[in-house]
Design a protein around this ligand. Structure first.
Ligand SMILES: [Zn+2]
Ligand SMILES: [Zn+2]
Ligand SMILES: [Zn+2]
Length: 79
């Protein structure tokens, strides 16, 4: 089954920020979201997966500075 992959950056403030979402195609013929979902007439509701799998998160990078929200928040309190 296809699912949505969240590519996240993990910041020093312990926040994960999603910077990209991409759909991963399972290429199955029995999945309505697949590019290879069978084009011919079939009992789709019965034979095919009708929903995406739960979203998955994947940390693509870990950085040593805080996220934008935390950076700006601390700037505000320092004033
Ligand atoms: Zn699929
Ligand atoms: Zn189908
Ligand atoms: Zn943060």
């Amino acid at each position: 089954m296809c699912f949505i992959l969240h590519l996240t950056t993990f910041y020093a403030c312990n926040h994960s920020v999603v910077n990209r979402r991409q759909k991963l195609d399972c290429n199955a013929t029995n999945c309505v979201f697949s590019q290879r979902h069978r084009p011919e007439e079939h009992a789709c509701q019965i034979t095919c997966a009708q929903s995406l799998q739960d979203e998955q998160s994947f940390t693509t990078s870990i950085v040593t500075y805080p996220c934008d929200a935390c950076t700006y928040a601390s700037h505000c309190t320092q004033k």
